[in-house]
Design a protein around this ligand. Structure first.
Ligand SMILES: C[S@@+](CC[C@H](N)C(=O)[O-])C[C@H]1O[C@@H](n2cnc3c(N)ncnc32)[C@H](O)[C@@H]1O
Length: 177
């Protein structure tokens, strides 16, 4: 995070934006990175226990990270996102599309080529450390239901190609005051 962004937050000119489960990446320099395992994260925290106040965050970006939460923590995590977001703020939640992953395991990609080691990694995660295991699975209906279930409105689900796989991008808005 750039010093300029820190100053604006400290001066209460802007609310922080969070990149949750950031790993080594950062959405952009305006974002605070949050990760339970990565040593370079600005904030070390579990995604379901964020050290931020209610209604105090401008936006949340959580890319290829929610699937690392056990199913029993998914709603808790999204509820936490909802809690910290300001009214009108948006959460962007990107997860592997398990419908694609299952098809890939069985028949491969559009060219019908399949790489079972990569299919296994898409199912179970890269497992490079404790935080690298996948513990929950989503398709468009599940992601939409989970976002709506915790109170997000104007929920949209779209398909992206990222992390070498078909990815669901769910966007939800916390209702205005
Ligand atoms: C596949 S990486 C995604 C990194 C990055 N967001 C990206 O798009 O490439 C998943 C990240 O989630 C983090 N993670 C796993 N479990 C977590 C948890 N309970 N709370 C916060 N971060 C977690 C891991 O440490 C890892 O950095």
């Amino acid at each position: 995070m750039l010093a300029g962004a820190v100053k604006r937050i400290a001066a209460n000119e802007t609310l922080p934006k969070l990149d949750i489960g950031s790993g080594a990446s950062r959405r952009d320099e305006d974002y605070i990175t949050v990760d339970a395992f990565h040593p370079d994260a600005d904030v070390r925290a579990e995604m379901w226990k964020l050290p931020f106040r209610d209604n105090g965050v401008e936006a949340i970006w959580c890319c290829h990270a929610l699937e690392h939460a056990p199913r029993s923590k998914v709603i808790e995590t999204l509820t936490e996102f909802f809690r910290v977001l300001r009214p009108g703020g948006r959460a962007y939640v990107l997860v592997p599309n398990f419908d694609y992953v299952a098809r890939y395991w069985l028949i491969g990609g559009a060219d019908k080529q399949r790489d079972l080691a990569w299919a296994e990694a898409m199912v179970y995660g890269l497992q490079e450390n404790e935080g690298g295991f996948h513990k929950s699975a989503f398709n468009a209906e599940l992601l939409r239901g989970d976002l709506q279930g915790v109170g997000f409105e104007d929920v949209t689900i779209s398909l992206k190609w990222t992390h070498n796989q078909e990815t669901l991008q769910g966007v939800g808005k916390k209702p205005n005051g």
